[in-house]
Design a protein around this ligand. Structure first.
Ligand SMILES: *Cc1c(COP(=O)(O)O)cnc(C)c1O
Length: 208
């Protein structure tokens, strides 16, 4: 169903990665996603990721998820997940990049962008993206893309923000553009997303 939505939005289903967002779902959801071919898996909380990675390794030894960290990240939480994270998608400040570089040298990261400078929202301001990308590269990190979350107010059109992120990624020659969730994936695809992060529309509502 997600593949059909990608195609209907004009995306290339073989070129767009579907990141299965498993926050608040059990380890079994991770195994099911991997078995269905969705080996890129997203988590938001350090503690939960660390515990779930252990559970998946113990209970589902045949699957090998690539864990993407997509949540707000405090520097003191980096250590506990440094050994399992495949891509750090929520890097929004140089101090965090520095901590990741010290715990996971040469790690693969995306810079998270607060494209419309919404107050109280995580992500680097647009004019801070280039210096952060350069600074992270100097720390030896593998800066592979940009990530953004659409407007908090879902009645606001997310496309202008997605377009800003795509243009920045083009200019900085970053291949990955992680944008679009269950509610706005079509608009993100139309603006050149290479990775949509889907929770609800894969697994149903999250347990509270
Ligand atoms: C929870 C979350 C998602 C998935 O959201 P859905 O609307 O359930 O698809 C995607 N990206 C981030 C950063 C999230 O926190």
């Amino acid at each position: 169903m997600i593949r059909e939505r990608i195609a209907a939005a004009g995306g290339d289903v073989d070129a767009v990665t579907v990141l299965a967002v498993t926050k608040r779902h059990a380890a079994g959801a991770v195994a099911a996603a991997c078995e269905a071919g969705l080996v890129d898996v997203g988590e938001n909380y350090g503690q939960e990721l660390a515990a779930k990675a252990d559970e998946v390794a113990a209970g589902h030894p045949t699957v090998a998820p690539r864990w993407h960290f997509i949540g707000g990240l405090q520097r003191n939480k980096v250590k506990q997940i440094a050994g399992v994270v495949h891509t750090w998608q929520s890097v929004d400040r140089i101090e965090l990049a520095r901590t990741i570089a010290s715990r996971a040298p040469a790690a693969r990261i995306f810079v998270q962008v607060n494209a419309e400078n919404e107050s109280g929202k995580s992500g680097c301001a647009v004019d801070g993206v280039e210096p952060l990308v350069e600074g992270a590269r100097q720390l030896g990190l593998d800066v592979a893309g940009l990530m953004t979350i659409g407007p908090t107010d879902t009645s606001v059109d997310p496309r202008p923000g997605f377009e800003i992120v795509r243009d920045l990624a083009d200019r900085l020659e970053l291949a990955e553009r992680s944008m679009g969730m269950s509610g706005d994936l079509e608009k993100a695809i139309a603006e050149g997303s290479t990775m949509i992060r889907i929770g609800t529309d894969l697994f149903g509502p999250r347990p509270s």
